[in-house]
Design a protein around this ligand. Sequence first.
Ligand SMILES: Nc1ncnc2c1ncn2[C@@H]1O[C@H](COP(=O)(O)OP(=O)(O)OP(=O)(O)O)[C@@H](O)[C@H]1O
Ligand SMILES: [Mg+2]
Length: 274
Amino acid sequence: MLGAPKLKPEIDAPAAPSVAATAVSIRNVDVRFGDGVNEVTALSGISVDIPEGAFVTMLGPSGCGKSTLLRCVADLIDVSEGSVTVFGRTPSQARQNRDFAFVFQDATLLPWRTVLENVSLPLEVGKHARTGDYADPRALLQMVGLAGRENALPHELSGGMRQRVAIARALVTRPRILLMDEPFGALDEITRDRLNEELLRVWQETGTTILFVTHSIPEAAFLGQHVLMLQAHPGRMKEFMKVDLPFPRSLAVRDTVEFIRVTAHLRKLLEECL
Ligand SMILES: Nc1ncnc2c1ncn2[C@@H]1O[C@H](COP(=O)(O)OP(=O)(O)OP(=O)(O)O)[C@@H](O)[C@H]1O
Ligand SMILES: [Mg+2]
């Protein structure tokens, strides 16, 4: 039997999921690439704890190491110094345990498979289909607003729809952490706004911890419970800032004085990072 994701009918869900254990612990992390005169220090002395169930957005100038940090958590890059743990395990153990899923800027769907087949793809490898510990792909497609498009092929969808498929695919194994690297960067503003609202809803419905990289100050402020700001050369932590805006959030929050105050502060910090 398919395991359905927890679905709630309305957006007026309770406030943010309760924050308990630490999902990701980053301790004194340095990452260096190359050696000798070609050595680049991408990250230096990064320490931060991401609470379980949190939505953390990451901002910073190009080249400050946002993707590198996400890749350290995802076990795609080894740290040079320090440590990263994911629910108390090494990133490699967490990967084997399928604790996290990655969503990139480009949806990277298989063009010859339908929407439903793309979402089901992660179930064809690993233990999930065997153990029944996965979310119902059809229910996930409904959750991201794609009910009725199950049999469409990727080329028949808009960019925003393809990204929704990628999000559904990432959620099908019920990951405890969603790592998102500028997932909406290539979309027009209206589509991006819509997907921002949808992502918040999905977060509230699933309780997944989300680490989300963006170049957009309003996006970082709208989505994040916290904003992790990095500065460049080398990539260091500028601030880990709590965003004091209540949940659930709708796009209208962006017209409030509180929101404008948050974005003004982030802009000032970002200017200091350049
Ligand atoms: N595989 C690699 N080999 C060598 N240098 C790398 C590698 N990956 C990243 N770097 C360097 O590490 C630094 C951080 O890169 P990273 O891609 O993490 O930045 P970013 O903050 O994600 O930038 P952007 O906002 O442009 O995506 C940059 O100086 C980059 O050139
Ligand atoms: Mg990047």
